[in-house]
Design a binder for this molecule. Structure first.
Ligand code: A3P
Length: 290
């Protein structure tokens, strides 16, 4: 693990950001999407890697992600880390079709060419309570994220929408609204994926117009199981130098309901109140247990 100081958080177009996601903004804004691109959009820690790997296997089988880490197969659009090419650069040079591209941007900041090209979008949302827990452990172990602080501080920050990529509430509801007018968007829930991965893979295939045999889908479902992805060096992020797995692994628990091991009764009551207020104008509904 490389030692480095944690980045500062600042306001960018109304969203809390670090320079890693704004340094390359002109190129992000002017990014040229292609009609066959598939944008995988999520709030951080909602199951991005999981869905990226599912899509990668559906399109490229063994050719791609078995030899390359998933973050190389699926460029992270707005990222601009030192020593590795920026997300836009990686995407520009991709020869595969379709290109799978990942973003954590709230819907209003997505480069307009994706909408102009009518590119397909797969959005993955995860219930707020498990999402905040996962994000807390991620910020603890990831040196290119701001310091997590203690759990109580982190959960307060989450309720205020001050985490990197802004408020979870606006993110999931903004993308939900987009779905009402943009038909090339599939809105998935992490909880549904945990409940029945095979069913969700089938839904994805029908959205993408892919025909796969039940055997192929069964194989993919096995390959993307939490335990398999945790063992798989191409998906477990073990090779990323700025993540400290001694603090927490990237593939941590992969469960629905782990929040119950973190929230105190008081935190839960306060969170429910804030949640009710912030989500009062949206119809998107989440499950916090299965
Ligand atoms: P936990 O920290 O709760 O374990 P992202 O890829 O968006 O960063 O999301 C990471 C979260 O998704 C982590 O959640 C990780 O364990 C979980 N995850 C990744 N692959 C998974 C899988 N195959 N099954 C279930 N959860 C998975």
């Amino acid at each position: 693990m490389e030692l480095q100081s944690r980045p500062v958080v600042f306001d960018f177009e109304g969203i809390s950001m670090t320079h890693f996601f704004t340094d390359n903004w002109e190129n992000v804004k002017n990014f040229q999407a292609r009609p066959d691109d598939i944008l995988i959009a999520t709030y951080p820690k909602a199951g991005t890697t999981w869905v990226s790997y599912i899509l990668d296997l559906l399109y490229f089988g063994k050719d791609n992600s078995q030899t390359k880490p998933i973050y190389e197969c699926v460029p992270f659009l707005e990222s601009c880390f030192q020593k590795i090419p920026a997300g836009t650069e990686m995407a520009d040079y991709m020869k595969t079709s379709p290109r799978l591209i990942k973003t954590h941007l709230p819907v209003q900041l997505v480069p307009k060419s994706f909408w102009e090209q009518n590119s397909r979008v797969v959005y993955v949302a995860r219930n707020a309570k498990d999402n905040v827990v996962s994000y807390f452990h991620f910020d603890r172990m990831n040196m290119v994220q701001p310091e997590s602080g203690d759990w109580n501080t982190f959960i307060q920050k989450f309720m205020e929408g001050k985490n990197v990529f802004g408020p979870w509430f606006d993110h999931v509801s903004g993308w939900w609204e987009k779905k009402q007018t943009y038909s090339n968007l599939q809105y998935l829930f992490y909880e549904d994926l945990v409940e029945d991965t095979g069913r969700e893979v089938e839904r994805l295939c029908s959205f993408l117009g892919l025909s796969t045999s039940p055997e192929e889908r069964e194989k993919i479902t096995k390959g993307v199981h939490f335990d398999a992805m945790k063992q798989n060096k191409m998906t477990n992020h073990a090779s990323i130098p700025f993540m400290d797995f001694k603090i927490s692994p990237f593939m941590r628990k992969g469960k629905v309901g782990d929040w119950k091991n973190h929230f105190t009764v008081a935190q839960n009551e306060h969170f429910d109140e804030v949640y009710k207020q912030k989500m009062k104008n949206t119809s998107v509904k989440f499950r916090t247990e299965l």
